[in-house]
Design a protein around this ligand. Structure first.
Ligand code: GDP
Ligand code: MN
Length: 389
């Protein structure tokens, strides 16, 4: 689950990390009130969307007067914003963060994540922040510091100091960084986070460090024990199809290809996507209908795939172990009855009740392209897309 910047900063503050004074606003009037409550005469108006890259897209504006605050808030609120990090989607700006303006001397990068390679919570920092860290990693890898935290010992203050000096900070800044890192480490573990990113963590003209941007991503598998985090969820920022899928307990991820996939089992779903690619096609989604799929769930799953106009062919690839093929067939037939299907459907069924499943599909009168195995199915789906084009 992703969070807004204002929520991330609230979490930081809860863990003793100083953040610039700020308030969220949902109307231009609220924005002005928020600015009035923040000391000083420089404010930053920031679009709250679940994507970075807002600066370049016009979603971060420095305001010198209350009128400017109102103007910028008005221009942003109620619109949609696409950035180079929003995966081709224009996200709604329902709120803006009004933040205390600061004078930046230098922008640093600091993040916390789980590094699977070393099986450790890992800090990554760079003296070249503010920009795309991937670029820095490629062009100037020496500017990136990495710190793997030992799970048993936990994060030690001396490690934070080492990192700070490696970033070129002075001793006062190093103390500040240490406090930030210790707070982030505690936050990361206690809230079961997957990623925290401060970009930029800025050095201000007065020499102090300031957390100017915050990105937080939590581990959905741990959501059940963090109702406080779940309460912060903003589904308007999420992919509509994925939200619908999660309501039906379907494991669904939107992709940008054109072959819709309905598969049971995450492993088979991954393999199916691979084989589609091997055959020169592009999957439109990852979808695992799960082991104990009911007719209703299969129906919903099939409807989800059909709801995308990007889908030019569907590949149903089922290996019935626990799930029965006749149930899958019934689900497909029910979905098609409800919403109709205008694209070719390739079906490969195998396993429990396969004959019953095939018979049901045959008798349904649906134009189905039968496939013998996974490769045959993928090939036929790719061909079907080509013919449709
Ligand atoms: P992002 O583009 O979505 O990552 O949004 P950021 O919050 O990182 O803001 C983008 C850029 O705006 C930062 O890299 C800074 O250069 C600038 N910026 C953000 N907050 C402030 C601020 O308080 N003062 C000044 N002067 N610049 C800021
Ligand atoms: Mn940023």
């Amino acid at each position: 689950m992703n969070f807004h910047e204002y929520q991330a900063k609230q979490l930081f503050a809860d863990y003793g990390i100083a953040v610039p004074a700020g308030r969220v606003a949902r109307s231009p009037e609220e924005a002005v009130d928020a600015a009035k409550a923040i000391p000083g005469n420089l404010w930053v108006v920031k679009a709250q969307i679940h994507a970075g890259g807002r600066g370049k897209a016009g979603g971060v504006k420095l305001a010198k007067t209350l009128d400017e605050v109102r103007e910028y808030a008005k221009a942003m609120l109620g619109t949609r914003m696409e950035t180079y990090q929003s995966a081709g989607v224009a996200l709604p700006i329902d709120s803006v963060l009004i933040s205390e303006g600061t004078d930046i001397a230098q922008e640093l990068y600091l993040s916390v994540l789980v590094d699977r390679g070393t099986q450790s919570v890992t800090f990554i920092a760079s003296s070249e922040g503010g920009v795309e860290i991937e670029k820095t990693a490629e062009e100037n890898p020496d500017a990136i510091q990495t710190l793997n935290v030992n799970f048993v010992q936990g994060l030690q203050p001396y490690q934070c100091r080492d990192m700070g000096f490696a970033l070129g900070l002075n001793s006062k800044q190093v103390n500040q960084l240490t406090r930030i890192m210790l707070g982030l480490y505690r936050l990361f573990n206690e809230k079961d986070l997957a990623l925290v990113e401060l970009n930029p963590l800025a050095i201000l003209k007065d020499g102090s460090l300031a957390v100017l941007d915050g990105k937080v991503n939590s581990d959905d598998n741990a959501s059940f024990r963090h109702p406080d985090l779940v309460a912060m969820r903003d589904i308007r920022q999420e992919d509509e199809t994925e939200v619908k899928a999660s309501q039906h307990d379907l494991n669904y991820v939107t992709m940008d290809g054109n072959i819709g996939c309905m598969v049971n089992g995450a492993g088979l779903a991954m393999a199916t996507m691979d084989v589609i690619k091997l055959n020169g096609g592009e999957p439109a989604n990852f979808l695992d209908v799960g082991g104990g799929a009911t007719k209703e769930r299969v129906t919903e799953a099939f409807k989800l795939i059909l709801s995308s106009d990007r889908v030019k062919a569907i590949f149903v690839n089922i290996f019935g172990g626990i799930v029965r093929n006749d149930v899958i067939a019934e689900g497909i037939i029910a979905a098609v009855k409800d919403v109709g299907v205008k694209v070719p459907v390739v079906v490969r069924l195998e396993g429990t009740n396969v004959e019953e499943g095939k018979k049901l599909l045959k008798e349904s009168g649906l134009a189905i392209i039968a496939a013998d195995d996974i490769n045959d199915g993928a090939k036929k789906a790719v061909e079907a897309v080509k013919q449709a084009a």
